[in-house]
Design a protein around this ligand. Structure first.
Ligand code: CA
Length: 365
């Protein structure tokens, strides 16, 4: 080899090394997972541009992309863009897409106990749910329940305590509920049915028209921030709290198990961490924005905001115990999850008596 060739070779190696380090620096990719890139699809149960929920999912995908230096690129689709909302579970389970976002209680037709991983009437609030899921064995149980469906679930989002719903007349006693046709999904629907309500399930996009036309007499949805955007105040003026039926629903990210197992450990950690961040972000958005929306409903749209009478809540709570016991008798897993949830809840409540609940009381002294 001539000197000239040697020199050219040395220059080439030097340039390649510089180019290599720039590329690595620009992509922020630790070498471990830079070798392979993953292009995934995520389908949600939410309408396009649905605030907080769909926004939170897009944020999550963006976080994952940045943290992984583009090694895991997740394309987000709203309900119906790729998969209809209520087929999200199956699409992720079958690997049509790698990820989904929704709420466990949408799938209670397949897995009755999935309700516990979202929210059950008179159950734990967001803080309790996070404590149970992350630190009280709830997430391990959730993963066990979803494993036969090839799904790995993660908590990702929470609305906080919801509102009780919109009614066209005042609810002064449990008898006032009798005969009403109300949009209220899941276990909440089964509970209120015991008070003589005819519960119906309608997707978000159908609620306003049904209420306005009188197809339904009442509805619950989320809370002031989302309810105002749906225009429900134009069809019913009595807005009740608290949302006994959904005291702190956790939303879920699901990942196809095979896809999950193919990810390097670093990318798994990134997904887990980004989902946790998104879980916190969505709850914070609700906590920060609901009161302004409620004030607007009251002051601008003359909505009457009432608390459910204690007797009504006491009766609904009694019905809830009956429904949970009835469901537990029908389904082994439901009983198992109910027992685990109830055991944790007991501890959580006992601690709350001298922490959260005791502190809240100081504010009204
Ligand atoms: Ca709701």
């Amino acid at each position: 080899m001539s000197d000239n060739n040697n020199m050219k070779r040395r220059q080439f190696i030097k340039r390649a090394a510089v180019a290599g380090s720039i590329a690595a620096g620009a992509a922020l990719s630790p070498s471990v997972y830079a070798a392979k890139r993953f292009n995934w699809k995520l389908t949600t149960t939410w309408p396009p541009n649905f605030p907080i929920f769909q926004d939170g999912v897009k944020r999550f995908a963006d976080d994952v992309k940045k943290m992984s230096g583009g090694a895991l690129n997740i394309q987000v689709f709203a309900a119906g863009e790729l998969v209809p909302a209520m087929q999200t579970f199956d699409a992720v389970s079958q690997g049509t897409v790698q990820m989904g976002h929704g709420a466990g209680y949408y799938w209670i037709g397949k897995i009755p106990c999935a309700a516990f991983f979202t929210s059950v009437p008179f159950g734990m609030n967001a803080q309790g749910m996070n404590a149970w899921l992350y630190s009280g064995g709830g997430l391990e149980l959730w993963r066990e329940i979803y494993a036969p469906h090839n799904l790995v679930p993660f908590p990702m989002g929470n609305t906080g305590v919801q509102m009780g719903g919109w009614f066209r007349k005042e609810i002064k006693s449990i008898e006032d509920l009798k005969g009403l046709k109300m949009r209220i999904p899941g276990l909440g629907g089964k509970v209120i049915a015991k008070a003589g309500v005819n519960p119906v399930l309608l997707a978000g996009g159908e609620i306003y028209t049904a209420l306005e036309r009188g197809t339904i007499d009442a509805t619950e949805w989320v809370g002031p921030y989302h309810d105002e955007r749906l225009g429900l105040y134009r069809a019913a003026k009595f807005y009740y709290y608290p949302g006994w039926q959904e005291p702190g629903p956790t939303l879920e990210l699901t990942v196809n198990r095979k896809a999950w197992e193919d990810l390097p450990a670093e990318l798994k950690m990134i997904v887990e961490t980004a989902a946790m961040a998104s879980n916190m972000w969505m709850l914070s958005e609700f906590e920060a924005k609901n009161l302004d929306a409620l004030d607007k409903l009251k002051n601008k749209f003359n909505v009457q905001v009432y608390a459910f009478p204690d007797d009504v809540l006491r009766q609904l709570r009694q019905f809830t115990t009956e429904v949970l016991n009835e469901e537990a008798e029908k389904d082994k897993d439901f009983k198992r999850v109910l027992d685990a949830y109830s055991a944790f809840r007991k501890t959580n409540d006992a601690w709350s008596v001298i922490s959260e609940a005791a502190y809240a009381r100081t504010q009204s002294l």
